[in-house]
Design a protein around this ligand. Structure first.
Ligand SMILES: C[S@@+](CC[C@H](N)C(=O)[O-])C[C@H]1O[C@@H](n2cnc3c(N)ncnc32)[C@H](O)[C@@H]1O
Length: 327
Protein backbone atom coordinates (compact mmCIF):
# COMPACT_ATOMS: atom_id res chain seq x y z
CA UNK A 1 0.00 0.00 0.00
CA UNK A 2 1.22 3.49 -0.87
CA UNK A 3 0.19 6.71 0.92
CA UNK A 4 -1.73 9.11 -1.38
CA UNK A 5 -2.75 12.72 -0.92
CA UNK A 6 -6.50 13.03 -1.56
CA UNK A 7 -7.54 16.38 -3.07
CA UNK A 8 -10.61 17.81 -4.83
CA UNK A 9 -10.32 17.53 -8.62
CA UNK A 10 -10.35 21.36 -8.88
CA UNK A 11 -7.26 21.53 -6.64
CA UNK A 12 -5.41 18.62 -8.25
CA UNK A 13 -2.96 20.61 -10.38
CA UNK A 14 -2.01 22.99 -7.59
CA UNK A 15 -1.42 20.02 -5.29
CA UNK A 16 0.67 18.22 -7.93
CA UNK A 17 2.87 21.28 -8.50
CA UNK A 18 3.41 21.67 -4.73
CA UNK A 19 4.25 17.98 -4.25
CA UNK A 20 6.65 18.04 -7.21
CA UNK A 21 8.36 21.19 -5.91
CA UNK A 22 8.80 19.61 -2.47
CA UNK A 23 10.01 16.28 -3.88
CA UNK A 24 7.03 14.44 -2.40
CA UNK A 25 5.49 13.00 -5.58
CA UNK A 26 6.31 9.28 -5.81
CA UNK A 27 8.22 8.67 -9.08
CA UNK A 28 7.09 5.05 -9.47
CA UNK A 29 3.32 5.59 -9.36
CA UNK A 30 0.71 7.76 -11.05
CA UNK A 31 -2.41 9.62 -9.98
CA UNK A 32 -5.70 7.82 -9.38
CA UNK A 33 -9.23 9.20 -9.69
CA UNK A 34 -11.98 8.59 -7.16
CA UNK A 35 -15.21 10.44 -8.03
CA UNK A 36 -14.58 14.14 -7.46
CA UNK A 37 -11.16 13.44 -5.97
CA UNK A 38 -7.65 12.89 -7.28
CA UNK A 39 -5.15 10.77 -5.31
CA UNK A 40 -1.48 11.72 -5.70
CA UNK A 41 1.08 8.99 -4.75
CA UNK A 42 3.49 10.19 -2.07
CA UNK A 43 7.21 9.66 -1.58
CA UNK A 44 7.27 11.33 1.83
CA UNK A 45 5.20 12.88 4.57
CA UNK A 46 2.79 15.51 3.20
CA UNK A 47 0.14 17.65 4.85
CA UNK A 48 -3.53 17.04 4.03
CA UNK A 49 -5.86 14.03 3.81
CA UNK A 50 -3.70 10.91 3.38
CA UNK A 51 -5.22 7.61 2.24
CA UNK A 52 -3.47 4.27 1.79
CA UNK A 53 -4.14 2.40 -1.44
CA UNK A 54 -2.45 0.14 -3.98
CA UNK A 55 -0.14 2.19 -6.23
CA UNK A 56 -0.76 2.33 -10.01
CA UNK A 57 2.72 1.78 -11.48
CA UNK A 58 3.98 4.35 -13.97
CA UNK A 59 7.25 6.16 -13.85
CA UNK A 60 6.53 8.87 -16.38
CA UNK A 61 4.21 11.56 -15.13
CA UNK A 62 2.69 13.61 -17.91
CA UNK A 63 2.63 12.69 -21.55
CA UNK A 64 4.29 9.56 -22.89
CA UNK A 65 7.59 10.55 -24.54
CA UNK A 66 7.21 7.58 -26.92
CA UNK A 67 4.36 9.40 -28.73
CA UNK A 68 7.07 11.12 -30.83
CA UNK A 69 8.52 7.79 -32.04
CA UNK A 70 7.55 5.60 -35.00
CA UNK A 71 5.31 2.62 -34.12
CA UNK A 72 8.33 0.27 -34.54
CA UNK A 73 10.56 2.28 -32.20
CA UNK A 74 7.72 2.81 -29.74
CA UNK A 75 7.59 -0.94 -29.17
CA UNK A 76 11.32 -1.01 -28.31
CA UNK A 77 11.55 2.15 -26.18
CA UNK A 78 10.96 1.65 -22.43
CA UNK A 79 7.93 3.43 -21.01
CA UNK A 80 9.58 3.74 -17.58
CA UNK A 81 12.59 5.92 -16.83
CA UNK A 82 14.06 7.65 -13.76
CA UNK A 83 14.29 11.41 -13.46
CA UNK A 84 17.03 12.73 -11.22
CA UNK A 85 17.34 16.51 -11.29
CA UNK A 86 17.89 17.48 -14.91
CA UNK A 87 18.89 13.93 -15.96
CA UNK A 88 16.55 11.34 -17.51
CA UNK A 89 17.88 7.80 -17.00
CA UNK A 90 16.92 5.00 -19.40
CA UNK A 91 17.54 1.26 -19.25
CA UNK A 92 17.50 -0.20 -22.76
CA UNK A 93 17.04 -3.76 -24.02
CA UNK A 94 19.59 -5.17 -26.50
CA UNK A 95 17.04 -4.63 -29.32
CA UNK A 96 16.60 -0.97 -28.41
CA UNK A 97 20.35 -0.20 -28.21
CA UNK A 98 20.87 0.53 -31.95
CA UNK A 99 18.11 3.18 -31.70
CA UNK A 100 19.46 4.87 -28.56
CA UNK A 101 19.89 8.32 -30.15
CA UNK A 102 16.31 8.57 -31.44
CA UNK A 103 14.85 7.25 -28.15
CA UNK A 104 16.96 9.59 -26.00
CA UNK A 105 16.16 12.60 -28.19
CA UNK A 106 12.42 11.89 -27.90
CA UNK A 107 12.71 11.77 -24.11
CA UNK A 108 14.78 14.96 -23.97
CA UNK A 109 12.32 16.87 -26.15
CA UNK A 110 9.23 15.71 -24.27
CA UNK A 111 10.28 16.99 -20.82
CA UNK A 112 11.17 20.66 -20.53
CA UNK A 113 13.04 20.13 -17.24
CA UNK A 114 15.44 17.55 -18.73
CA UNK A 115 18.84 18.74 -20.04
CA UNK A 116 20.59 15.36 -20.21
CA UNK A 117 19.61 11.79 -21.06
CA UNK A 118 21.85 8.91 -19.94
CA UNK A 119 21.70 5.16 -20.42
CA UNK A 120 22.12 3.10 -17.26
CA UNK A 121 23.86 -0.25 -17.58
CA UNK A 122 23.65 -1.11 -13.89
CA UNK A 123 25.24 -0.48 -10.53
CA UNK A 124 28.65 -2.03 -10.01
CA UNK A 125 31.96 -2.19 -8.20
CA UNK A 126 32.68 -1.93 -4.50
CA UNK A 127 31.09 1.53 -4.21
CA UNK A 128 27.94 0.61 -6.17
CA UNK A 129 28.35 3.52 -8.61
CA UNK A 130 25.86 3.60 -11.50
CA UNK A 131 27.35 2.95 -14.92
CA UNK A 132 25.92 5.85 -16.95
CA UNK A 133 26.63 6.98 -20.51
CA UNK A 134 25.30 10.36 -21.64
CA UNK A 135 23.49 9.82 -24.95
CA UNK A 136 21.69 13.16 -25.49
CA UNK A 137 21.91 16.75 -24.25
CA UNK A 138 24.55 18.23 -21.93
CA UNK A 139 27.40 16.06 -20.70
CA UNK A 140 26.60 16.89 -17.07
CA UNK A 141 25.81 14.25 -14.46
CA UNK A 142 25.99 16.48 -11.37
CA UNK A 143 22.34 16.62 -10.32
CA UNK A 144 20.33 18.57 -7.79
CA UNK A 145 17.54 16.37 -6.49
CA UNK A 146 14.69 17.43 -4.17
CA UNK A 147 12.76 15.10 -1.86
CA UNK A 148 11.02 15.41 1.51
CA UNK A 149 11.60 19.18 1.49
CA UNK A 150 15.37 18.61 1.31
CA UNK A 151 17.97 19.12 -1.45
CA UNK A 152 20.71 16.70 -2.42
CA UNK A 153 23.49 17.34 -4.91
CA UNK A 154 25.48 14.42 -6.27
CA UNK A 155 27.78 13.52 -9.12
CA UNK A 156 26.17 10.34 -10.41
CA UNK A 157 29.49 9.27 -11.92
CA UNK A 158 31.16 9.28 -8.49
CA UNK A 159 28.66 8.11 -5.87
CA UNK A 160 25.51 5.96 -5.63
CA UNK A 161 22.14 7.71 -5.34
CA UNK A 162 18.59 6.42 -5.74
CA UNK A 163 15.47 8.63 -5.76
CA UNK A 164 13.36 5.51 -5.17
CA UNK A 165 14.30 5.49 -1.48
CA UNK A 166 12.67 8.86 -0.70
CA UNK A 167 9.68 7.17 0.95
CA UNK A 168 11.96 5.03 3.15
CA UNK A 169 13.97 8.05 4.22
CA UNK A 170 10.72 9.78 5.26
CA UNK A 171 9.58 6.64 7.12
CA UNK A 172 12.81 6.40 9.12
CA UNK A 173 12.82 10.14 9.87
CA UNK A 174 9.26 9.86 11.21
CA UNK A 175 10.50 7.24 13.72
CA UNK A 176 13.34 9.44 15.02
CA UNK A 177 13.08 10.72 18.59
CA UNK A 178 14.72 14.10 19.23
CA UNK A 179 18.35 13.72 20.30
CA UNK A 180 18.66 10.00 19.48
CA UNK A 181 21.98 8.75 18.11
CA UNK A 182 21.58 7.45 14.56
CA UNK A 183 24.21 5.67 12.45
CA UNK A 184 24.03 5.48 8.64
CA UNK A 185 26.67 2.82 7.97
CA UNK A 186 26.61 2.93 4.14
CA UNK A 187 25.64 6.55 3.69
CA UNK A 188 26.64 7.55 0.16
CA UNK A 189 26.00 11.30 -0.09
CA UNK A 190 24.04 11.15 3.17
CA UNK A 191 20.32 11.19 2.33
CA UNK A 192 19.21 8.82 5.15
CA UNK A 193 21.44 10.49 7.76
CA UNK A 194 20.58 14.03 6.69
CA UNK A 195 16.83 13.34 6.62
CA UNK A 196 17.08 11.81 10.12
CA UNK A 197 19.24 14.70 11.39
CA UNK A 198 16.66 17.20 10.13
CA UNK A 199 14.11 15.25 12.20
CA UNK A 200 16.22 15.73 15.34
CA UNK A 201 18.74 12.86 15.34
CA UNK A 202 22.45 13.17 16.09
CA UNK A 203 23.55 11.47 12.88
CA UNK A 204 26.84 9.71 12.19
CA UNK A 205 27.45 8.74 8.56
CA UNK A 206 30.07 6.36 7.11
CA UNK A 207 30.95 5.50 3.53
CA UNK A 208 33.95 3.73 2.03
CA UNK A 209 33.84 5.62 -1.26
CA UNK A 210 36.42 8.43 -0.95
CA UNK A 211 34.25 10.66 -3.20
CA UNK A 212 31.19 10.48 -0.90
CA UNK A 213 32.38 12.77 1.91
CA UNK A 214 32.61 15.93 -0.20
CA UNK A 215 29.00 15.56 -1.40
CA UNK A 216 27.68 14.52 2.02
CA UNK A 217 29.20 17.60 3.69
CA UNK A 218 27.87 19.82 0.91
CA UNK A 219 24.38 18.32 1.37
CA UNK A 220 24.65 18.83 5.13
CA UNK A 221 25.28 22.52 4.44
CA UNK A 222 22.55 22.73 1.78
CA UNK A 223 20.06 21.47 4.33
CA UNK A 224 21.18 23.82 7.10
CA UNK A 225 22.60 21.21 9.45
CA UNK A 226 25.43 21.99 11.82
CA UNK A 227 28.40 19.72 12.50
CA UNK A 228 26.79 19.02 15.90
CA UNK A 229 23.95 17.06 14.32
CA UNK A 230 25.83 15.45 11.40
CA UNK A 231 29.31 13.93 11.17
CA UNK A 232 30.88 11.92 8.36
CA UNK A 233 33.65 9.28 8.40
CA UNK A 234 35.31 7.89 5.29
CA UNK A 235 36.23 4.21 5.69
CA UNK A 236 34.91 0.69 5.85
CA UNK A 237 31.84 0.26 8.04
CA UNK A 238 33.01 -3.08 9.44
CA UNK A 239 36.19 -1.38 10.75
CA UNK A 240 34.75 1.97 11.88
CA UNK A 241 31.43 0.99 13.47
CA UNK A 242 32.87 -0.85 16.52
CA UNK A 243 34.87 2.30 17.38
CA UNK A 244 31.99 4.79 17.28
CA UNK A 245 30.03 3.90 20.42
CA UNK A 246 26.41 2.81 20.63
CA UNK A 247 23.37 4.00 18.70
CA UNK A 248 19.58 4.08 19.08
CA UNK A 249 19.14 3.45 15.36
CA UNK A 250 21.34 2.00 12.64
CA UNK A 251 20.55 2.16 8.90
CA UNK A 252 22.36 -0.37 6.71
CA UNK A 253 21.47 0.29 3.09
CA UNK A 254 23.99 -1.89 1.28
CA UNK A 255 21.76 -4.60 -0.16
CA UNK A 256 24.59 -6.77 -1.51
CA UNK A 257 26.60 -6.56 1.75
CA UNK A 258 23.90 -6.41 4.40
CA UNK A 259 23.97 -10.05 5.57
CA UNK A 260 27.65 -9.77 6.48
CA UNK A 261 26.89 -6.56 8.44
CA UNK A 262 24.07 -7.85 10.71
CA UNK A 263 26.30 -8.87 13.63
CA UNK A 264 28.27 -5.58 13.55
CA UNK A 265 25.09 -3.52 13.19
CA UNK A 266 23.30 -5.25 16.10
CA UNK A 267 26.39 -4.97 18.32
CA UNK A 268 26.40 -1.20 17.74
CA UNK A 269 22.81 -0.84 19.03
CA UNK A 270 21.89 0.24 22.52
CA UNK A 271 19.29 -2.09 24.12
CA UNK A 272 15.90 -1.32 22.55
CA UNK A 273 17.57 0.13 19.44
CA UNK A 274 16.59 -0.76 15.86
CA UNK A 275 18.64 -1.85 12.84
CA UNK A 276 16.97 -1.05 9.49
CA UNK A 277 18.51 -3.60 7.14
CA UNK A 278 18.01 -3.35 3.35
CA UNK A 279 18.52 -6.54 1.38
CA UNK A 280 17.58 -8.24 -1.87
CA UNK A 281 15.02 -11.01 -1.47
CA UNK A 282 13.02 -13.35 -3.61
CA UNK A 283 9.51 -11.94 -3.88
CA UNK A 284 8.15 -15.29 -2.77
CA UNK A 285 10.71 -15.76 0.00
CA UNK A 286 9.40 -15.88 3.56
CA UNK A 287 9.72 -12.84 5.82
CA UNK A 288 13.30 -13.74 6.76
CA UNK A 289 15.53 -14.45 3.75
CA UNK A 290 18.11 -17.24 4.13
CA UNK A 291 20.94 -16.49 6.52
CA UNK A 292 19.22 -13.77 8.57
CA UNK A 293 17.77 -15.91 11.39
CA UNK A 294 21.20 -17.35 12.25
CA UNK A 295 22.59 -13.84 12.74
CA UNK A 296 19.77 -12.73 15.05
CA UNK A 297 20.17 -15.52 17.67
CA UNK A 298 18.89 -14.32 21.08
CA UNK A 299 20.05 -10.82 20.40
CA UNK A 300 17.24 -9.38 18.31
CA UNK A 301 13.76 -9.91 16.92
CA UNK A 302 12.11 -8.79 13.68
CA UNK A 303 9.76 -5.86 14.32
CA UNK A 304 8.93 -5.16 10.65
CA UNK A 305 9.45 -6.45 7.12
CA UNK A 306 8.25 -4.85 3.88
CA UNK A 307 9.01 -4.46 0.20
CA UNK A 308 10.65 -1.12 -0.66
CA UNK A 309 10.41 -1.56 -4.45
CA UNK A 310 10.68 -4.29 -7.09
CA UNK A 311 14.32 -4.91 -8.05
CA UNK A 312 14.23 -7.38 -10.95
CA UNK A 313 11.74 -9.98 -12.19
CA UNK A 314 11.20 -12.18 -9.14
CA UNK A 315 13.31 -10.09 -6.72
CA UNK A 316 12.64 -7.07 -4.53
CA UNK A 317 14.49 -4.64 -2.28
CA UNK A 318 13.21 -5.44 1.21
CA UNK A 319 13.72 -3.71 4.53
CA UNK A 320 13.81 -5.62 7.82
CA UNK A 321 13.49 -3.69 11.07
CA UNK A 322 15.47 -5.63 13.68
CA UNK A 323 14.90 -4.74 17.32
CA UNK A 324 17.74 -5.34 19.76
CA UNK A 325 16.34 -6.94 22.90
CA UNK A 326 16.60 -4.96 26.11
CA UNK A 327 18.71 -7.50 27.99
C1 LIG B 1 23.35 1.10 -2.04
S1 LIG B 1 24.48 2.39 -1.66
C2 LIG B 1 23.54 3.30 -0.48
C3 LIG B 1 23.91 4.75 -0.36
C4 LIG B 1 22.97 5.61 0.48
N1 LIG B 1 22.59 4.96 1.72
C5 LIG B 1 21.75 6.05 -0.27
O1 LIG B 1 20.64 5.65 0.08
O2 LIG B 1 21.88 6.82 -1.25
C6 LIG B 1 25.68 1.55 -0.70
C7 LIG B 1 26.82 2.43 -0.23
O3 LIG B 1 27.71 1.64 0.57
C8 LIG B 1 29.05 2.05 0.33
N2 LIG B 1 29.91 0.92 0.74
C9 LIG B 1 30.10 -0.28 0.13
N3 LIG B 1 30.86 -1.07 0.89
C10 LIG B 1 31.16 -0.38 2.02
C11 LIG B 1 31.88 -0.69 3.21
N4 LIG B 1 32.47 -1.87 3.38
N5 LIG B 1 31.96 0.25 4.18
C12 LIG B 1 31.38 1.47 4.01
N6 LIG B 1 30.69 1.83 2.91
C13 LIG B 1 30.56 0.90 1.92
C14 LIG B 1 29.08 2.40 -1.15
O4 LIG B 1 30.10 3.33 -1.44
C15 LIG B 1 27.67 3.01 -1.36
O5 LIG B 1 27.69 4.42 -1.24
Amino acid sequence: MIPHLKVQRADAETARARLEREGLLHPDFRAQHDGDFVLWPLAGAAEGEIVQCKGRPARAIGRDYRDALSPELRKLAPRAFDMLGHVGILRLSDEAQPHVTAIAQALLESHANLRTVAVDSGVGGQWRVRNLAVVAGDDDLVVLHRENNLRFEVDLQQVFFSPRLAGERARIAALVRPGERMLDAFAGVGPFAITAARAGAQAVAIDGNPAAEKWALRNCEFNNLSSESFEFHTGLAEELVPRLGSFDRVVANHPTGSLAFIATGLAALAPGGVLHLYLLADRKAPELPAGVAEELSDFASVSGSRMVHPYSPGRELRVLDLLRKSS
